[in-house]
Design a protein around this ligand. Structure first.
Ligand SMILES: [Zn+2]
Length: 108
């Protein structure tokens, strides 16, 4: 995730400057990948060959600030405000997509 060295904010989508103060002094940081469901929609129309419908697309409010539109991996429909955690789905050699779903149950 890009993070501004001037104001400290993380933002998405990535761009050449910080959207808050337009500085180009940026770092790349590893986001913890946790947040809550901000919005969601269930898609019933296949837009690409091989799409299995219905599927759910969610908008995640990351704990670090940015909102991210992504795929849902939960076993049931999401709830607004539900905690989520990132996982990665490999789609090709060297290419993975982010997905979000409920965090795994506490192992303690
Ligand atoms: Zn900034």
């Amino acid at each position: 995730m890009p993070r501004c060295r001037t104001c400290g904010s993380e933002f998405w989508p990535a761009g050449p400057v910080c959207p808050r103060d337009f500085t180009a002094d940026l770092d790349w940081v590893t986001d913890p990948g946790t947040g809550v469901v901000n919005s969601w929609v269930q898609i019933h129309k296949p837009y690409f060959a091989g799409d299995e419908v219905p599927y759910v697309v969610i908008q995640v409010q990351l704990d670090t600030g940015p909102r991210l539109t992504t795929s849902w991996t939960g076993p049931q429909l999401p709830r607004i405000g539900e905690p989520v955690e990132v996982s990665f789905r490999q789609i090709a050699d060297g290419i993975a997509l982010t997905e979000f779903g409920p965090p795994p149950p506490d192992q303690s």
